[in-house]
Write a protein that binds this ligand. Structure first.
Ligand code: Z5A
Length: 211
């Protein structure tokens, strides 16, 4: 029987360096011969990418917090069934640019949606799939904004005030503190090389599972 693959997720605020770290991890995993699937949220399927277009569209000014939460989980339910679950079952590794923790941080911490409501959606949408490891790239808000500012147009969530992002960051850190066995918090203010080394050290125990 094929051994289940490993599921690693990256979380953090705007400009924390998730995309940069994913490129570094991908190169390392490929050198090790790991069969890797990359996902991003919201997105990662045709439906998910369409949802991403809606939730990040600055023209969707009237999108309420409840709808935003449901759309995140609609995209996730599809991603889990279409991509993540089949990949893990086939023994492939999945490296996810965000997953459920983002909903607790942004829709929970940021928008004030109750954690119990998010947990109910998680039970419903995620088919019991939990990451084996979550890397939280932790960075002060101002530093993340400074890094992201050269990217051009800001999306519907990026226009939020600093207070929103402070609540997001606090919610992420609280989740990491509550689940230390799953989370590794990485100081994302360090150089790209140092962040990659810290991530590889955190991932190393999972390599033992590779034949
Ligand atoms: N969202 C939500 O609300 N609820 C949910 O459930 C989910 C998502 C799943 C889309 O996320 C939005 O959806 C996001 C949360 C919300 N909204 N916000 N804000 P996204 O992940 O696609 O977008 P993002 O968070 O804005 O990611 P990002 O800004 O693209 O950041 P990143 O991928 O973490 O950073 P990066 O592109 O790797 O790096 C940014 C720049 O910094 C770049 O120039 C790098 O070269 C540089 N960089 C990276 N690392 C370093 C270090 N270590 N030192 C110096 N410079 C660095």
């Amino acid at each position: 029987m094929t051994e289940r693959g490993r599921f690693i997720t990256l979380e953090g605020g705007e400009g924390a360096g998730k995309s940069t770290l994913i490129a570094g991890l991908k190169a390392d995993f490929e050198r090790r011969g790991i069969d890797l699937v990359l996902t991003r949220e919201p997105g990662g399927t045709p439906l998910g990418e369409a949802v991403r277009g809606i939730v990040l569209d600055p023209a969707q000014r009237g999108l309420c917090a409840e709808t935003e939460l449901l759309l995140m989980f609609a995209a996730r339910a599809q991603l889990v069934r279409e991509v993540i679950a089949p990949a893990l079952a086939a023994g492939r590794w999945v490296l996810g640019d965000r997953y459920v923790d983002a909903s607790y941080a942004y829709q929970g911490g940021g928008r004030g949606q109750p954690a119990a409501r998010i947990a109910e959606l998680e039970r419903w949408a995620c088919a019991g799939i939990q990451p084996d490891l979550t890397l939280l790239l932790d960075l002060p808000i101002a530093a993340g904004r400074a890094r992201a500012q050269n990217r051009g147009a800001v999306d519907r969530i990026e226009v939020e005030a600093d207070g929103f992002f402070e609540r997001v960051r606090a919610a992420y850190r609280a989740r990491a503190a509550a689940e230390p066995q799953r989370f590794r918090v990485i100081d994302a203010g360090q150089s790209i090389d140092v962040v990659l080394r810290a991530a590889l050290a955190a991932v190393a125990p999972l390599f033992g599972a590779v034949p």
